[in-house]
Ligand binder design. Structure first.
Ligand code: IMP
Ligand code: MG
Length: 189
């Protein structure tokens, strides 16, 4: 990139989203994950647990790519403290509607970042004695991991950048984008 273009690219005037994963790539990957999940749990009913609100688009598409019996439920959590820094303390805002005892459960999340949210969820869900407890995430920021949590089904490993779209938000906005992009905030003058 020439010096002039590099300068233009580095200086962001307006908030914008730089494309990272196209809608087509995401949909193709979700089809692969759906097939893999069904192969791993042949003939078994699968309960998808979506973590509100970010997991909603991923769960909706994934559920339709898993053949056979699939049901879903939702749970909502929030982390204490400032939104961008994970404090590791998680609060349960909405519990599941039904018992998961003896069931094959797949927790569906938009992104695995520090892993603290999923670590907390796995701990409380494991106590309820599911038959299997697995994790599906659309995105995995491997570099940021603090907790010892791994995704069983991972859509894409991405670099350590703040991303939005396909469920992921910045102050609740951008969840409706059909693709995923890197959020660029205006450079301070
Ligand atoms: P963790 O507990 O650090 O793994 O954080 C997981 C949660 O942080 C996700 O469910 C997202 O809500 C949020 N999060 C982490 N990284 C991003 C990002 O790049 N964009 C938007 N939200 C993010
Ligand atoms: Mg969020």
């Amino acid at each position: 990139m020439s010096g002039k273009r590099a300068n233009a690219a580095n200086k962001v005037k307006k908030e914008r989203v730089r494309p990272l994963l196209t809608r087509g790539r995401i949909q193709k990957r979700i089809r692969e994950l759906g097939r893999q999940i069904r192969k791993d749990f042949l003939g078994e009913p699968i309960l998808l647990i979506g973590v509100l609100k970010g997991a909603v688009p991923f769960l909706a598409d994934l559920a339709r790519q898993i053949p056979g019996e699939v049901t879903f439920d939702f749970i909502a959590v929030s982390s204490y403290g400032k939104d961008t820094k994970s404090s590791g303390q998680v609060k349960l805002n909405k519990d599941l509607d039904s018992s998961i005892e003896g069931k094959t459960v797949l927790v569906v999340e938009d992104i695995l970042d520090t892993g603290l949210t999923l670590q907390y969820l796995l701990r409380i869900l494991q106590q309820r004695k599911p038959k299997h407890l697995r994790i599906a995430v659309l995105l995995d920021k491997v570099e940021r991991r603090i907790a010892n949590v791994h995704g069983d089904y991972v859509g894409f490993v991405i670099p350590n950048e703040f991303v939005v779209g396909f469920g992921l938000d910045f102050a609740e906005r951008y969840r409706n984008l059909p693709h995923v992009g890197i959020l660029e905030l205006p450079t301070p003058e």
